[in-house]
Design a protein around this ligand. Sequence first.
Ligand code: ZN
Length: 360
Amino acid sequence: MKSKPLVIDGHLDLAMNALEWNRDLRWQVTDIRNNEKGMTDKPDRGNGTVSFTSMRQGNVFLCMATQIARYVKPESKIPGWNSPEQAWAQTQGQLAWYRSMEEEGEMVQIRNIEQLEKHIKLWETATGNLPLGFILSLEGADSIISSKHLETAFNYGLRAIGLSHFGPGIYAGGTDSAEGLSSRGKALLKEIEKSGMILDTTHLCDESFWEVMNLYHGPLWASHNNCRKFVPHRRQFSDEQIRELIAREAVIGVALDAWMLVPDWISGKSTPENREVSLKQVINNIDHICQLSGDSLHAAIGSDLDGAFGTEQCPQEVDTIADLRKIPPLLSEIGFSEEDINSVMSQNWIWFLRKNLGTE
Ligand SMILES: [Zn+2]
């Protein structure tokens, strides 16, 4: 056994970073940062926190890794593709990058229980540069042109899917919108339920969240979601929503994005220092979910650490993703047992996957 507990991150946008940020994640974080000196095209240039090496340092042996591409109507202010077909093509490019990382031995896709058990065993027993496991997840379903595309996606190993991202979507209202599910959204939800995929409820607006709860009976989780109790914005879940997720045996990954940790974050003005953003707020979110469930079986990590932000917008103690290992001692300080800590760091996701990943 490893001396440090294994960690699962419920949400990383690895392929987006590789293809849109042009980051070769095989480089060290410091080299990625140096290479971006002087670049101003993205707010987090030079501040990245994620690379394969830093994931290995932090024992992040498995993650839910996304494909992500949004469709937007021409009049929309949110950036995105002008057609679902372009969005689909973007996700296929991302898939090709994951495949090439598998060929290089850097990553390994986990599609079923057998592969999951094999991967856990490998990390518990072997040492060295081990491949990082990933469950392929689609953040927002706009790129799914038809149910045929959903089937294609399942066949290439897509195992989790969210209906929406930011703004109104083809299938459901996402963050910062107030629309429920479209008729196509309701039909897709049925297809997802039949498919054996896991539904990711993150980024559903309140209207679509409650519609989904009425219509959907399959497995669901929230890959990267914090509590509205601390940041009163609809991107975060209310206690009522968290209770509903717990009742459905969901796991909720707590995110490390500063604007989801302290209220009234102002992009470009607020800093982790002047807003005192720390892992303490991450711990508070984990603890609050545990208080609502009365146990430690539903809270987990879904860091989102490479979700278009870096050190300029995450807890001060986090230099790279390896610093997720600073979470266990903080949980211990507030009375979490070793078993509770393992639940949060990896076992809750493992338990959920054992129950809901099929054999295909
Ligand atoms: Zn997200």
